[in-house]
Write a protein that binds this ligand. Sequence first.
Ligand SMILES: *[C@@H]1O[C@H](CO)[C@@H](O)[C@H](O)[C@H]1NC(C)=O
Ligand SMILES: *[C@@H]1O[C@H](CO)[C@@H](O)[C@H](O)[C@H]1NC(C)=O
Ligand SMILES: *[C@@H]1O[C@H](CO)[C@@H](O)[C@H](O)[C@H]1NC(C)=O
Ligand SMILES: *[C@@H]1O[C@H](CO)[C@@H](O)[C@H](O)[C@H]1NC(C)=O
Length: 365
Amino acid sequence: MELPSSLKPCLLWLLVFCLLNVSTIISQPLKQEAVLFGGKFQALYVIGDSLVDSGNNNNLTTKIKSNFAPYGSDFEGGKPTGRFSNGKTIADYIAIYYGLPLAPAYMGLSEEQKNNISTGMNYASASCGVFPDTGKGLGHCLSLSAQVDLFKETIDKNLKKRFKTQSELSKHLAESLFMTAIGINDYVFFFNKTTDPNEFANKLLHDYLIQIRRLQRLGARKFFINNLKPLGCYPNVVATTVPRGSCNDGLNLAISIFNTKLRKDLAHLKEKLSNTSFLYSDYFKFMLGLRGPSSNQASSNLIDSTSPCCPSVYDGALLTSCTPTSVACKVPDSHIFFDPFHPTQLANFMYAIGCFQERKFCQVV
Ligand SMILES: *[C@@H]1O[C@H](CO)[C@@H](O)[C@H](O)[C@H]1NC(C)=O
Ligand SMILES: *[C@@H]1O[C@H](CO)[C@@H](O)[C@H](O)[C@H]1NC(C)=O
Ligand SMILES: *[C@@H]1O[C@H](CO)[C@@H](O)[C@H](O)[C@H]1NC(C)=O
Ligand SMILES: *[C@@H]1O[C@H](CO)[C@@H](O)[C@H](O)[C@H]1NC(C)=O
């Protein structure tokens, strides 16, 4: 796995981690780990929200953008791309792990480029969600069904030019990885209108799975499904809890109800659909783990796991992203959160280690 620059704090952290675990590591037999989920993918298609948006919102009429500094300060060339982080996203690390190029934002591609790309594209759109109205009050964004519509358009208009026979096209789609990371914005915008977390999770999951089935009917066979983050412990939420700084456990519980149902339903779906498999990514568990064993304690003195890098002085204003005038901290990768709602590249890199190397958070269903 390629090691991004400016991950010194991470390396330090890993070093500490490794020293603590050295006895367990050296007592394990050496084994050549197979690539998780088979690998050898032709392409990575990404469906999701701001966690994995690689720049689609740049080309949409919306206030929810990140195509300005301080975003992207640690990205290749230190330039903002429309990613909601200082560097790479988890979708980028998935591409790197499988030896694929980072999936470019669909909305930023010319027709000529779309015809020429067969290693995957990214349809993810910040502020949107599974429900059609989620995030729409803030401007235009691509809901889950709109993203799947665009993927269908990619097949009909672009991939069919490149894969001339149906069997070539089917093979390409069957050998591609489909990542989905969406649904948390539905909680942000609509969960406060509900009184029943079970009912809310069922409704959300119902609509989510309709689109997974659509992708499957279009030819997708391998899915990387990222569950929903523990929003109740994110800076924009803990800024308003009592006592200030504590996690909103009710919100986390509601989200974990969704996650549990999601995992169960994917197992059912796998039984029903031949030749289709799912990798379930427990992002909830990963992010909660970064907060440390006690929910109010940092996991390491070297890393700030509670306050965002940007703005560097966070007063708890209802912000979910930084503005062009925000002042960011000096070393983003000494934080887990880049802004009040999104992780740093450090957190995204640590996720990749936990998922692919330690195999702690990613399991084939
Ligand atoms: C997307 O927006 C960028 C500027 O942010 C512009 O340069 C590019 O031409 C746009 N792409 C499309 C396909 O509209
Ligand atoms: C098509 O893709 C290849 C490599 O994938 C690249 O070298 C070439 O510049 C692309 N052409 C256009 C017109 O985008
Ligand atoms: C629910 O939260 C959203 C987003 O913060 C807000 O716009 C809306 O007014 C809230 N609705 C209720 C009923 O509190
Ligand atoms: C499953 O995949 C195998 C090998 O690719 C193929 O021979 C078989 O027809 C597929 N089964 C179904 C039901 O699509």
